[in-house]
Ligand binder design. Sequence first.
Ligand code: MG
Ligand code: ZN
Length: 367
Amino acid sequence: MKSYHISILLFVLILSSGCNDQYRQLASEKKAKNVILLIGDGMGLAQASTAFYFQKEEPNFVRFPVIGLHRNPPSEALITDSAAGATAFSTGYKSYNAAIGVDADSISRETILEIAARKGKSTGLIATSSITHATPASFYAHVPHRNLEEDIASQLPSSPVDFFAGGGLQFFTQREDGANYLDTLASRGYVVNPQKLERPGNLSLEHKYGYLLAPEGMPKMQEGRGDFLPQATQLALDYLGQDKDGFFLMVEGSQIDWGGHDNDAEYVIQETLDFDKAIGVALDFAEKDGNTLVIVTADHETGGMSLSAAKVRMQSDYRHINPTFSTGGHSASLIPVYAYGPGSGFFMGIYQNNEIFGKMLRAFRLK
Ligand code: MG
Ligand code: ZN
């Protein structure tokens, strides 16, 4: 009798809960035609918080109605690298550190980008690292170790990536096997620009586009990278947005991680502010489009960064922030996930990093 009363009470609670209504609306009433996944490599909560303290404008992070947290240990350790982290997002499998698009047994697993392409969607990848670096590579390549960047490059021409922009030219042109993979890209229908992010006169889905704008990583913001990341994001959206079947786009702010490894707060801040601009471009598109899910997250935190108070004569000065770091490597903290648009409700709560794969597929109605 008692449990009967409890069931009734629960039922009434669920029916009357406004939160539940909102969840239904966010999660399941509408299908996402497009998914934009933005990954700030090494961007824990402290790094993202710098966008609230070190620029005058309101950060684009405030535009997300849904926030969750992901747990990110890889298959064989407590702290992940970017390869296992991105492979968890891209394939749904927890794998070992250094794994690119393969599971813990080194078996290749189909990625969200490959699935989206198989279902007729267009696809894009943008990074401020080389396009063969761990994070972007995990969406199109399948190799047992992230250091195999020439092998990763050789897999790009036959991948279903329609648009890519980043660095990494040397892995296509100055290779140990002497091959020139720019030629291979051209023979596979890519219009490749190794000079600058130039908008083609006729930006058409009949072509594929590649921009390889640095030998390895792109320059730092502090070295004059300028608006590459937000502009490449805009260009990709102008191109991919033409597909009536939708698209999948991954945009990486790669160097937030590199600033963390260097324990260089200014490096982290400038890369985070740049990433925030790219987030704004994605959200502007999604607001206008109405059928686009935008997810922002990181693979892990880097540097054990803390927004500490400045120290003046051994005292904390609470009026000023002087970021500090606790490690030159990655840390184990849970990582925020910010979501906007149809299916965003799936991203509430606390879950494993590899569940993000299934959540994106569910938003797409491909699962
Ligand atoms: Mg990365
Ligand atoms: Zn790192």
